[in-house]
Design a protein around this ligand. Structure first.
Ligand SMILES: Nc1nc2c(c(=O)[nH]1)N[C@H]1C(S)=C(S)[C@@H](COP(=O)(O)O)O[C@H]1N2
Ligand SMILES: [Mo]
Length: 192
C-alpha cells in the first residue's frame, strides 16, 4: 500500500505485555511506598522513577552506536509545534529533535529509518517523509517532560501536515517510548 509506514498489527502482543508490566510496576511502587509509610503517601522518588525515566536515545547499533542523553538531545536544533496525538486523542505543543538531524548525528543521514521502542515495538519511517517534514523525537510536551502515561519520556511526533500523516496508514509511525534509531535494513518493510 502506498504511503504505508509499517505492517498493521505489529506490536499487539508486546503492547499488552508492556501495559501489564507498567501496571505491575506502578502497583509495586504504590505497595512499596504504602508499606514504608502506612499513614502517608508513597514517597515521591518512587513515583518519579516510575513515571519519568531518564530519556536516552541510541543512534545506530554495535561499535558505531551513539547514546544521547537529554542534554545531548537538547543540544541539537529543536522544533516545536502543536499537534493532536492520535492515540492519546489530545493536542500538545511538542518540542524535540528532528529525525533528519538525528539521522545525520548517527551517521546515516538521508536513509530510511528503523525506530525501536522500549516495549519491543519497531517500525519503519521513510526518508521521503522525514526529509520533507519535521517528524521529531519529542522530549517535551506543553513545556514539561513527557510521562510514561503520555507515551514518553521520548515519543515520535508527526506534524499535522501533510494530511496523509493524519490517516490510519501513519498511526504506526507514532512510536511511543522510542529508544533507538538505526538505518533500516534493505527490503520493502525495512527488514521487518
Ligand atoms: N512503543 C509502541 N508504540 C506504538 C505501538 C506499540 O505497540 N508500541 N503500536 C503502534 C501501532 S501499530 C498503532 S496502530 C498505534 C496504536 O495505538 P492505539 O493502540 O492507542 O490505537 O500505536 C503505535 N505506536
Ligand atoms: Mo497498528
Amino acid at each position: 500500500m502506498k504511503g504505508r509506514v509499517a505492517g498493521k498489527g505489529s506490536g499487539w502482543g508486546m503492547r499488552g505485555l508492556s501495559a501489564a508490566l507498567l501496571l505491575g510496576s506502578l502497583t509495586a511502587a504504590l505497595a512499596g511506598g504504602l508499606a514504608q509509610t502506612p499513614q502517608g503517601r508513597p514517597p515521591a522518588p518512587a513515583a518519579a522513577a516510575v513515571s519519568r525515566p531518564a530519556p536516552t536515545l541510541t543512534l545506530g547499533t554495535g561499535a558505531s552506536q551513539r547514546v544521547l542523553g537529554l542534554a545531548q538531545l537538547r543540544a541539537l536544533p529543536s522544533v516545536t509545534y502543536e499537534v493532536r496525538h492520535p492515540q492519546l486523542g489530545r493536542s500538545f505543543v511538542y518540542r524535540g529533535a528532528t529525525l533528519r538531524d538525528l539521522a545525520v548525528a548517527g551517521g546515516f543521514g538521508g536513509q530510511d529509518l528503523r525506530l525501536y521502542a522500549s516495549n519491543g515495538y519497531l517500525t519503519l519511517i521513510r526518508a521521503r517523509d522525514y526529509l520533507k517534514s519535521p517528524i521529531m523525537v519529542a522530549y517535551e510536551a506543553d513545556g514539561h517532560a513527557i510521562t510514561v502515561l503520555d507515551k514518553g519520556p521520548l515519543t515520535v511526533v508527526l506534524p499535522p501536515e501533510p494530511a496523509r500523516y493524519r490517516t490510519p496508514a501513519y498511526t504506526t509511525a507514532w512510536v511511543w517510548y522510542v529508544n533507538r534509531v538505526t538505518p533500516a535494513p534493505p527490503g520493502p518493510q525495512g527488514g521487518k
